[in-house]
Ligand binder design. Structure first.
Ligand code: NAD
Length: 463
């Protein structure tokens, strides 16, 4: 385990590098054993994980931790255990040989601290790599648990955990990893990509942004409101793929807001005193949300705070009430920055062209949600917008598909993982051409003559 010392960090990296050099292509049994150990650790430590994240957040729903962290990682492990066999042992004349890259660095954020550390780690292990993880400084309990996990079930040359602040993060990002996998903000992603570029280390960037949910005129507003309320309030909106803002047909914002109020009340009849309504990660983040709402209100927006039981929200509890904002001007922070909390702006559009133009002129989002039953309008939205992924008539669920890649595009990220895509991200897919003993390629050798010209003519027609 590494406690913030760049020297230890380099030593750990070198240890993994040497171990990789000694065993550059770990057997299927070795890889499966690493994944088995991780799965067994998850099974026996679920309550420790729930407790650690709850302490880090000062209130994280146990159910959310079981679903969005433990369950997701466990599903990933099961899926990965089936992948390498299929890819590895397919005999062919032309062969694409997946090969481990070497030592992989993983930098994780605080919002799903288990899922976003172990999700990429399990894919890197399945592909046969050594793994160094740097979790977020904002989740110290969960990070400590990851350290004890690493000690308990891995050799430090297989998987290690580096604990430290942003400075250690910088030292980490400048190590010459064979692949660097970063999940976090777009701003820090830029710095990480630059640090990696100095070593020509390939990066995967899983970033954030403002993910829109478009309500079409053809949608069932009551159903959409229930699903949006769930997607927005899971982890109190601190989800990279949470709907950031709504685009609704002109004249419907008030109606959509009242459906959302009803839906939220159903999901969370109480908030401040409800253990299933998660807190905001830090006082700084809570104050930021409050300031964004204040600015929008001052700029003329209508702010609806949803608080079904009329509870008091004091700063000490760090819970922030679900807040709907109608008519926030585009220049406000609420409409410019990723919100990452339980605040939901509702923006009206004149027609579908207008809604799509709004999405197109903003940064390409990590997710886009479409609510509506009109297939041709939905297809237009799919064709005319570029986003990391889409869920139609619901929120978030495209992220949970191990049979689909997950990742952003442009400012919301580059590269992808989950399922087979995680395995590929952490592998060099090396093309190998097996030459046969008897073959015709000598016909292409000089000295060139009639045979060469005839052959080229024939091949040009059929190739
Ligand atoms: P962050 O970018 O502030 O920090 C992420 C990690 O980077 C932390 O471990 C931090 O210590 C480290 N770090 C900070 N500065 C660094 C530097 N200069 N060099 C190297 N490492 C550095 O992000 P956060 O606040 O922890 O997480 C929230 C953000 O993450 C949101 O923008 C959210 O959308 C995004 N996110 C994206 C995904 C996804 O899958 N695309 C998932 C979760 C969160």
């Amino acid at each position: 385990m590494l406690q913030g010392s760049p020297t230890e960090l380099v030593a750990s990296f070198e240890r993994q590098r040497q171990a990789f050099a000694l065993d550059p292509d770990p057997t299927l049994a070795t890889r499966l054993s690493r994944l088995d150990r991780l799965a067994a650790w998850l099974d026996s430590h679920e309550s420790d994980i729930v407790r650690a994240i709850d302490v880090d957040f000062q209130g994280r729903s146990a159910h959310e931790t079981r679903l969005a962290e433990v369950f997701v990682v466990r599903t990933g492990i099961r899926h990965a255990q089936r992948v390498p066999t299929a890819l590895h042992f397919r005999p062919a004349y032309n062969r694409l040989m997946p090969q481990p890259l070497g030592v992989v660095g993983i930098i994780a954020p605080w919002n799903y601290p288990l899922q976003l550390s172990l999700g990429p780690a399990l894919a890197a292990l399945a592909a046969g790599n050594r793994v160094l993880i740097k979790p977020s400084e904002l989740t110290p309990r969960l990070s400590a648990l990851l350290v004890s996990m690493a000690r308990e079930i891995f050799n430090p040359d297989e998987l290690d955990v580096a604990i430290g602040d942003v400075e250690l993060g910088k030292a980490f990002a400048s190590l010459p990893f064979d692949h660097l996998f970063f999940t976090g903000s777009t701003q820090v992603g830029r710095d990480v990509a630059q640090a990696a570029a100095a070593n020509l280390t390939p990066v995967t960037l899983e970033l954030g942004g403002k993910s829109p949910a478009i309500l079409d005129v053809s949608c069932n507003v009551a159903v959409a409101a229930q699903r949006i309320a769930f997607g927005k309030l899971l982890n109190a909106g601190q989800t990279c793929v949470a709907p950031d803002y709504l685009l609704v047909p002109a004249g419907t914002a008030e109606n959509v807001a009242s459906h959302l109020e009803r839906a939220i009340t159903k999901l969370y009849p109480k908030l401040a005193s409800n253990p299933d309504y998660t807190a905001v990660i830090s006082e700084r983040h809570r104050a930021r949300l409050a300031e964004m709402v204040r600015e929008a209100r001052t700029a003329g927006a209508r702010v609806i705070e949803v608080n079904p039981a009329g509870e008091a929200f004091n700063a000490a509890s760090r819970k922030f009430p679900p807040t709907l904002v109608i008519g926030a001007p585009v220049a406000t922070r609420l409409m410019r920055e990723e919100i990452f909390g339980p605040v939901l702006p509702i923006v009206e559009y004149a027609n579908l062209d207008d809604a799509l133009a709004y999405v197109q002129r903003n940064a390409r989002p990590l997710a886009l949600y479409w609510f509506g039953d009109d297939a041709s309008r939905c297809n237009r939205a799919l064709r005319e917008t570029v986003s990391g992924g889409v869920t139609i008539n619901d929120c978030l669920w495209h992220l949970a598909q191990e049979s689909q890649p997950f990742g952003g595009v442009g400012p919301s990220g580059m590269g992808a993982y989950h399922g087979k895509w995680g395995f590929d991200t952490f592998s060099k897919r090396k093309p190998v051409f097996h030459q046969a003993r008897w073959n015709g390629t000598a016909l292409f050798h000089p000295p060139y003559g009639h045979t060469f010209n005839w052959l080229l003519r024939v091949l040009s027609r059929i190739a």
